[in-house]
Design a protein around this ligand. Structure first.
Ligand code: URA
Ligand code: SF4
Length: 195
């Protein structure tokens, strides 16, 4: 199995899709290799592209604050994206770009083996679980190939709809309480089973 460090190197030099031509820096995932949870966003934005790190702009601040309110440090989780390079003008990544990049997310998950994958927003929901209509499915737990997923809104969505801050906070707090249950050997209720 590939190490997280190797995946990181491969992402940094990757030319598997056309996003490599317009990026400043590729943005591999970042965080603890022992994380209980891996957060998956859509794609790097301008700040992330400049710094080569995920969720360091406005959406990242919102995510960090929500984690803080749940008593969790960013250093204890792992944060990544469906595609690792910024789409020009922050457009939604194309299907071929998501497919080209999907192996890296698979490698990150195989190396970390988290209790839970937290799917942030519609793009990640679509790419990772084939889902749509995040507002209907947020707060739900899914299981696919033995991996548990927790579905919630994208932190950036709270910028345009401040009422979603409470929704994101509630979801994140509940997800960590479910992770504690799992660590204590208890089952959690699965809402959606993918066969
Ligand atoms: N939005 C995302 O989906 N990912 C980032 O890394 C930053 C903003
Ligand atoms: Fe490679 Fe993914 Fe970047 Fe495309 S988006 S160049 S597949 S790392």
């Amino acid at each position: 199995m590939k190490s997280l460090k190797q995946t990181r190197q491969d992402v940094i030099s990757c030319t598997r899709c056309e996003l490599c031509k317009t990026r400043t820096n590729a943005v591999p995932g970042k965080g603890s290799s022992n994380a209980d949870v891996v957060f998956v966003g859509e794609a790097p934005g301008r700040n992330e592209d400049e710094r080569g790190e995920p969720f360091v702009g406005a959406a990242g601040r919102i995510l960090s604050e929500s984690l803080e309110r749940a008593g969790i440090s960013r250093d204890d989780v792992y944060i990544t994206n469906v595609v690792k390079c910024r789409p020009p003008g922050n457009r939604v990544p194309k299907t071929e770009e998501r497919e080209a990049c999907s192996g890296y997310l698979a490698e990150e998950l195989a190396a970390i083996r988290p209790s839970m994958v937290c799917v942030l927003g519609n793009t990640a929901f679509g790419s990772v679980l084939g889902g749509a209509e995040i507002t209907k499915y947020r707060g739900k737990i899914a299981r696919k190939d033995g991996q548990l997923y927790f579905i919630t809104v994208h932190p950036a969505a709270t910028i345009y709809n401040s009422g979603l801050v409470e929704v994101l906070d509630g979801d994140i707090a509940r997800m960590f309480s479910l992770i504690r249950e799992l660590k204590n050997g208890r089952d959690v209720p699965v809402d959606i089973e993918y066969s």
